[in-house]
Design a protein around this ligand. Structure first.
Ligand code: ZN
Length: 260
């Protein structure tokens, strides 16, 4: 184990495999982004073939309006799909794909709460959490040889990496994120929604609703590795002055989405 951790540290130095996340956190990342994006695209395609896509005009319009307001802050091309599924879930994948369940649309109380969810999921993509997770798993499980192999990406490692991303499990797309990554996605997401003109204070109400929804029936994947509820709310409250500043700037610039 020690040897493996050591090889990760060496890889970090030798392969310039260290990156910095949008919040300034050091990350160990060495998978090529093109490969990770390719996996995201493939997983999203599979999902679109296997899961019913919602034809509800109102749901699609609301989801698209909120997502587009957020995407305007990001730039680039993003695809947004509403899936017919009662569980309150949402996800974003490398390769700029966003999926929202109808169960999430019925759970949220207003546009700002759905913006919280989309912001959080997009936050995972912006901070390259899939790459980080896959890189860590690969280095720890496979050691230095594979680190070197991936640094030269023309190898047959695709399938291994695919497995590490969690493809094939559950919906075939959601890999568990760490708590650090979840907290980071919260912070990135709340700033992002605020910049798009959505009220960041609504993020607290959203997570409270999610907490309630996760009690009772089976656990929701979306919640399974998320930070303890009290910690998450506390972190958001600490971050709120910054987010409110961004929100007020956005309002002053006339960014006042009316999606619901
Ligand atoms: Zn998350």
């Amino acid at each position: 184990m020690f040897k493996k951790i050591l090889s990760v540290l060496i890889a970090c130095g030798l392969l310039s495999a260290c990156a910095t996340s949008p919040t300034g956190r050091s990350q160990f990342i060495f998978m090529p982004d093109t490969q990770i994006n390719q996996m995201g695209l493939q997983a999203f395609d599979t999902l679109k073939r296997k899961k019913p896509i919602s034809t509800n005009g109102q749901y699609n319009q609301v989801a698209s309006c909120i997502a587009q307001a957020i995407i305007r802050e990001l730039g680039g091309q993003w695809e947004v799909v509403v899936f017919e599924d009662k569980s309150p879930n949402a996800f974003a994948l490398p390769g700029n794909k966003i999926g929202i369940h109808t169960g999430m649309l019925t759970l949220v109380g207003n546009q700002d709460q759905l913006a919280t969810v989309i912001g959080h999921e997009v936050g995972h993509v912006l901070a390259k959490h899939s790459n980080e997770r896959a890189s860590q798993e690969m280095a720890v499980n496979q050691g230095m040889a594979i680190v070197q192999a991936v640094a030269a990406p023309q190898t047959a490692l695709g399938q291994t990496a695919f497995g590490l991303l969690g493809v094939g499990a559950e919906y075939g797309i959601l890999m568990p994120y760490s708590r650090v990554q979840e907290s980071e996605a919260d912070m990135i997401g709340v700033d992002l929604m605020a910049r798009a003109g959505f009220d960041p204070r609504q993020s607290i109400g959203l997570w409270q609703k999610m907490e309630q929804a996760s009690q009772g029936q089976q656990p929701i994947e979306f919640m399974s590795t998320h930070p303890a509820h009290a910690t998450r709310i506390q972190n958001l409250e600490q971050h709120m002055p910054q987010a409110m500043g961004l929100y007020q700037q956005a309002q002053a610039m006339g960014k006042q989405p009316r999606c619901i």
